[in-house]
Design a protein around this ligand. Structure first.
Ligand SMILES: *[C@@H]1O[C@H](CO)[C@@H](O)[C@H](O)[C@H]1NC(C)=O
Ligand SMILES: *[C@@H]1O[C@H](CO)[C@@H](O)[C@H](O)[C@H]1NC(C)=O
Length: 496
């Protein structure tokens, strides 16, 4: 009980020294072009994509930032200000911003805290004031700020902090609300200082479209590895999860660990792998930025990224990431020697608990965890009140019902008119977070956010499930007494 109060007492919003610009109270959601298009960017691409985000109901599920990555400028003018590439963006960046705002989106742009960006366009180092002024004057709402060509200004947390803080101060000075997203690849312990100046910080080298394949370019997936000289680029879903696990608790409302943009729909993983990737990013409170080409999206992809029960975990108002409570390395391994299972557990705003059985072993396995393990954060050795009650178990993917059917997803994609499409979404009774924000839906007990009921766990019991190879089971445990029946311990935490 004492431990619990201490943990809770550290959390009141007023004492939290996060960037405090009021943005990203839940992890930001949107789309970024990089994973599919890299430098092949244009006004046309951004606006075609934003239209599809609306059409497919994704904007109304919360995907509200359209983020342009690298390769948009032609350099810096005599006056010291960046010049947009008007071949790619004929109406200028302000033209793009205006159009996106009209459609109800927020607009993100990119630069690097270096002399050049990663694709070797002009960077913002030592021009922070001018560039922040440009972003603000164009109507930009989000800045992804990279780490390439930093001219040696890294190596200790303070050096990196100071370099990134220059842009934080410059953005603040403009008076415009601009979400500040650091992309310093986990260097210089950014998880210990990123939250003081930014809304999110990347914790690893770039993700690539692989579930678990190790790659030397992601040398730092094992921090003890002496070859870990750079965060690298080819980081698998598993490598990123293992990197962030020891400091997953650093995320808090307004300031999040960023596990990098989503690969769902790019083709390198199976459906189950993509479902696991998406659910882990949601439960670990990473920003959720789609990275696929929406113009060629298939029904499988849509029915993964539009699952409101999973998104509600990401957007849960409590803003606490799930934590890893166990890891088993004694499981069948693949040809690279990779294989493990993990159990993650986290508390949600209404006293519910999200539990993920993550199977990165090379075989289907029976996995299980006792209530004592799942609620270990609330009291060790089975002492938590939560262990002494019954729980209803809900599967957030479900067989059918939690997730949009492939047939409906296909009908959304194939619809020939807006009217036809909205009638499909209406018939499917699809969730609309513009109409009913997740916080309200959770409070109301809106069934669409709670998945499919699959069983119960009795007081003192175990949660058990068969989990396919390279897949995750994602459960929401609800106190069997109903929401009002949450234990005293839960309500105590919720008040704080
Ligand atoms: C969601 O609700 C908003 C507000 O009522 C509405 O404007 C929008 O069209 C709805 N979206 C969908 C996909 O039905
Ligand atoms: C790890 O997983 C294997 C394979 O499922 C199982 O036999 C073993 O008991 C597990 N170890 C622990 C400590 O749970």
């Amino acid at each position: 009980m004492k431990t619990r109060l201490l943990v809770a007492a550290a959390m009141p919003a007023a004492l939290v020294r996060a960037v405090n610009n009021g943005l990203a109270r839940t992890p930001q959601m949107g789309w970024n072009n990089w994973n599919t298009f890299a430098c092949d960017v244009s006004e046309k691409l951004l606006l075609e994509t934003s239209k599809l985000l609306v059409d497919y109901g994704l904007k109304d599920l919360g995907y509200q930032y359209v983020v342009l990555d690298d390769c948009w400028s032609v350099g810096r003018g005599e006056d010291g200000y960046l010049i947009p590439d008007t071949t790619k963006f004929p109406h200028g960046m302000d033209g793009v911003a205006d159009e996106l705002h009209k459609q109800g989106f927020l607009f993100g742009m990119y630069s690097s805290a270096g002399e050049m960006t990663c694709a070797r366009y002009t960077g913002s180092l030592d021009y922070e004031t001018q560039d922040a002024e440009s972003f603000a004057s164009w109507g930009v709402d989000y800045l992804k700020y990279d780490n390439c060509y930093h001219m040696g200004r890294m190596g200790t947390p303070l050096i990196s902090f100071n370099r990134y803080n220059e842009m934080a101060k410059a953005l603040k000075k403009t008076g415009r609300s601009i979400l500040y997203s650091l992309c310093s690849w986990g260097e210089d312990y950014v998880h210990t200082w990123g939250g003081s100046i930014a809304n999110s910080w990347r914790i690893s080298g770039d993700i690539y479209d692989s579930f678990s394949r190790p790659d030397d370019l992601c040398a730092c997936n094992d921090p003890a590895n002496p070859a870990c000289v750079a965060p690298g680029t080819h980081c698998s879903v598993l490598a990123i999860i293992n990197k962030v696990a020891p400091y997953i608790d650093r995320g808090l409302p307004g300031a999040w660990n960023d596990l990098d943009m989503l690969e769902v729909g790019l083709g390198g993983m199976t459906e189950e792998e993509y479902k696991a990737h998406f659910a882990m990013w949601a439960a670990l409170k990473s920003p959720l930025l789609l990275g696929n080409d929406l113009r060629v999206m298939d029904a499988t992809t849509l029915s993964i990224v539009n699952n409101p029960a999973i998104i509600a975990i990401s957007q849960d108002p409590k803003g606490r990431a799930a934590m890893r409570i166990s890891r088993n390395l004694t499981v069948p391994k693949d040809e690279f020697g990779v294989g493990e299972t993990q159990v993650w557990s986290g508390s949600l705003t209404n006293g519910d608990q999200v539990v993920i059985f993550f199977n990165a072993a090379d075989e289907d396995l029976d996995m299980s965890a006792s209530l004592a393990e799942l609620f270990v954060m609330h009291g060790p050795g089975g002492s938590a009140d939560e262990v002494k009650q019954d729980w209803t178990v809900r599967d957030l993917w479900g067989s059918e019902g939690a997730r949009m059917s492939k047939a409906d997803a296909q009908a959304v994609l194939d619809a020939k008119s807006d009217a036809e499409r909205s009638s499909v979404l209406k018939r499917a009774n699809w969730y609309n977070a513009t109409e009913k924000p997740y916080a309200k839906g959770l409070e109301d007990g809106d069934e669409r956010l709670f998945g499919e009921r699959v069983g119960t766990v009795k007081a003192g019991g175990r949660l058990e499930a068969r989990v396919a190879r390279h897949a995750a089971k994602v459960f929401r445990l609800q106190s069997a007494g109903g929401k009002a029946g949450a234990s005293k311990g839960s309500s105590l935490r919720d008040e704080l």
